[in-house]
Design a protein. Sequence first.
Length: 143
Amino acid sequence: MASNAWLYWALASAFFAALTAIFAKLGLQGIDSDFATFIRTLVIIAALAAFLSYTGKWQGVGGFSGRNWAFLILSGLATGASWLAYFKALQMGEASKVAPVDKFSIVLVALMAVVFLKERPAAQEWLGIAMIAGGVLVLALKR
């Protein structure tokens, strides 16, 4: 069971990502998507600070390596860019179309994991990744 713990967290992530799309689409009406992303970020910071305080998971950053800092900063910048683009897309398009296309990131993660992390997905995993790519293509080409 412990070896599948990641799956439960991943499913929780998918569920909350779905709620994110619905709540964001409803909340974006009549406001700038970039400013909405800023408000969302403030809420996330407050919620995470409360969570870290409640669970006692605050830790000192003195032991962080330069590599830790570099990749966490790059991840933060990529997250910010992703959120800005996602909120703009949600503001302009339908959530039922934007969210699945946004999940093309799954395909990109798999490809980048092969190149940068030296991961080797099995044939069955590649089939699933190809199916996701095909689904995104169908959604993107729908008129």
